[in-house]
Design a protein around this ligand. Structure first.
Ligand code: PEP
Length: 642
């Protein structure tokens, strides 16, 4: 249920962030105007220059889109869920202020694509904030869609797509999807008529008034049969004048062919005269409302072509039609017709160039992971015996009573950075003294390195001075605990009964137990090693249900090899590991035995680890001395890469 809730929340957030980022990126100028509206409402309108609000618009849309993609693919789960939570908390507060004070009518969350009232926006954000809390609380319950090694491709591809292909292209030309009431194909004549008949309409502010005569020509322009060019510039003072030749050519073309040409602007007479002086413009100018002009076309300058009152073409100043386009009459040329690229063809383009490559990459990644799993499954051991490893390979460090807090933190940090940079091919765990746990848990990337204690109490809680309970260990952020180590059995007289209690309490508190067994030198010399390990298992863990036993990791550690520099030979170790697996099979069946991880411990080093780990029944190591130096420990971990 928890997993289901997290993944529903993740999907809701992913869709909301991707959509919201996309529609903002499609119309960066529209988003910039909205940011400016917010700043004006906060009394900061004049303080922030235009280039900063435009950059903020592009960055915001890119951030939202990439966060959405990361949630969808479960990339950098912990970091992303924290950023999303902070963002949603800030947005919810902002929209509460909007809803209460109403300084602007629409929040602009989804650009012009979906207009919500301020209260609707607030409630939408409450839903998204709740989802963000759920995802932040359990980020690791989101299964990854793509392996870690390929995540950077998804992130970079999405970044380039949204930043350059969508936002950049929209800024250079015009929004590729136009959600405003002046998109190509709009019949302005009909819209205007409905408005005149008293219907609610977005064209209430549309007027064109000749600046020289003061005559309102809106109706004439909209009712005219045939073509009309409308040059649009909210403010001629800020208009781009780099394409004047192209513009003058279009004007001459319109004169030659008898198509009216007007420039619509909200500039003052001074601004218009200045424009006339620098460009030699001879076309008539009309006064129009500046917000309407910004809504009509997201470009200063922009050009519109009307046919029978319908908008059939729009151009930004960067891609005005050129000489070759302007041959012949509009009635017979391609330019004079509605463009062939419909919304459907644009969506198809995005599916082909953005969605499809990501789907193919994901499929290839999953296929590769699956074939890797098969390859490992069919891996032959050096004795040419089939080694089917379904179980987890682990290298666990046992720091024992070494290192003060500062040194321990330094070692854990070094190991964390080293393994983040060079990912291990096995599970890695460090088991530290109690006092290190809480501090190390703060920064350890537990996706890569698990953290564990070296012991826990055999009592739940109460007056047991100096003891540390399993619940306390768990509360530090640790996931593992070593139990039954020979040093505790020998020096602290931990009996099988005591260990049985400890195992039960550790599991009750959600800790994974690394349970140590192993014989002394005398027992080995008397040939009693099998008997000893069997009795240790029977005494403390064979009472567990199958389900609970499956959570146990066994560590076989011959006492005579611990810290002595003497190692069991790979053959000796394999022999007894195979025996341990056989008695697990007797007790719980073959499937459980095959899935149980059995580690070897006892003077294991980088030099002997590859030989030991190559044995079919040795699934890794429990490492004492060699876990106290990052390089030594890493050398053992890397044995799984050989
Ligand atoms: C241990 O104590 O668990 C251990 C294996 O120690 P060392 O590697 O130092 O022999």
């Amino acid at each position: 249920m928890k997993k289901l809730a997290v993944n529903i929340a993740r999907l809701i957030l992913a869709v909301a962030f991707i959509l919201s980022g996309f529609v903002k990126a499609v119309d960066p100028l529209g988003t910039q105007y909205k940011i400016q509206d917010y700043l004006v409402a906060m009394g900061l309108g004049r303080l922030i220059p235009d280039f900063m609000t435009l950059s903020a618009s592009v960055l915001l849309s890119t951030l939202e889109f990439i966060l959405g993609i990361c949630l969808l693919f479960a990339i950098r789960r912990r970091m992303v869920s924290k950023i999303v939570l902070v963002l949603m908390a800030a947005m919810t507060l902002l929209t509460l202020w909007l809803a209460l004070t109403d300084p602007i009518s629409d929040c602009g969350c989804f650009g012009d694509a979906l207009v919500l009232t301020n209260w609707q926006t607030f409630w939408k954000n409450i839903v998204l904030l709740t989802a963000a809390v759920i995802v932040w609380r359990y980020p690791l319950l989101m299964p990854r869609l793509i392996g870690e090694t390929n995540q950077w491709i998804v992130m970079n591809y999405s970044g380039v797509f949204i930043l350059l292909v969508i936002a950049g292209r929209s800024l250079y030309t015009l929004p590729q999807f136009d959600f405003r009431p002046y998109h190509v194909g709009t019949n302005l004549r009909q819209g205007w008529q409905r408005m005149m008949e008293g219907e609610d309409s977005p064209y209430a502010e549309l007027f064109m008034e000749l600046t020289d005569e003061g005559e309102d020509i809106t109706e004439d322009v909209l009712n005219r049969e045939g073509y009309t060019f409308l040059l649009v510039s909210p403010h001629l003072e800020q208009a781009d004048d780099s394409q004047l030749d192209a513009l003058n050519q279009i004007y001459e073309y319109s004169l030659d062919n008898g198509y009216p040409f007007y420039c619509l602007t909200a500039s003052t007479e001074k601004g218009i005269n200045h424009w006339r002086n620098i460009t030699g413009a001879e076309y008539p100018f009309c006064n129009t409302d500046d917000i309407t002009l910004k809504t009509i076309i997201r470009s200063n300058l922009g050009l519109l072509l009307l046919k029978d009152g319908v908008i059939i073409r729009k151009w930004s100043h960067n891609n005005l039609p050129d000489e070759q386009d302007l041959t012949g009459e509009l009635e017979t040329s391609e330019l004079g017709q509605l463009p062939s690229d419909t919304v459907a063809t644009k969506i198809l383009w995005i599916l082909t160039w953005f969605v499809l490559p990501l789907v193919l990459l994901t499929l290839a990644d999953r296929l590769w992971a699956w074939s890797g799993w098969l390859r490992k499954r069919n891996n032959n051991n050096p004795l040419n015996k089939e080694k089917v490893i379904m179980r987890k390979k682990i290298v666990a460090g046992n720091w024992k009573m070494n290192m003060n807090l500062q040194d321990g933190i330094a070692l854990a940090k070094e190991l964390n950075e080293t393994l983040k940079a060079d990912k291990p091919n096995c599970g890695v765990v460090i088991c530290t003294p109690f006092i290190h746990l809480a501090s190390i848990a703060q920064f350890l990337d537990q996706d890569i390195i698990g953290l564990g204690a070296e012991n826990c109490a055999d009592k739940e809680k109460g007056a047991f001075t100096g003891e540390v309970s399993a619940e306390m260990v768990k509360s530090t952020g640790a996931q593992y605990v070593i139990l039954g180590h020979s040093e505790r059995r020998e020096y602290y007289k931990e009996t099988p009964e005591i260990l049985k209690e400890k195992v039960l309490l550790a599991q009750k508190n959600g800790l994974k137990v690394i349970f140590c067994i192993g014989e002394s030198l005398a027992e080995r010399e008397a040939g009693k090693q099998n008997e000893v390990v069997k009795a240790e298992l029977e005494g403390s863990v064979f009472n567990l249900s199958e389900e609970d036993f499956r959570k146990i990791v066994i560590a076989y550690e011959p006492i005579w090899a611990i810290g002595t520099g003497k190692t069991a030979t790979a053959e000796q170790a394999e022999e007894i590991h195979a025996y341990i697996r056989s008695i697990i099979a007797e007790k719980y069946g073959n499937a459980v035995a095959e899935d149980t991880t059995i580690l070897y411990g006892g003077s294991c080093k980088a030099s002997n680890a590859p030989e030991l780990f190559a044995k079919p029944d040795i699934d890794g190591g429990l490492i004492g001395g060699a876990s106290l130096k990052c390089a030594d420990f890493k050398g053992i971990i890397d044995a799984w890469k050989k």
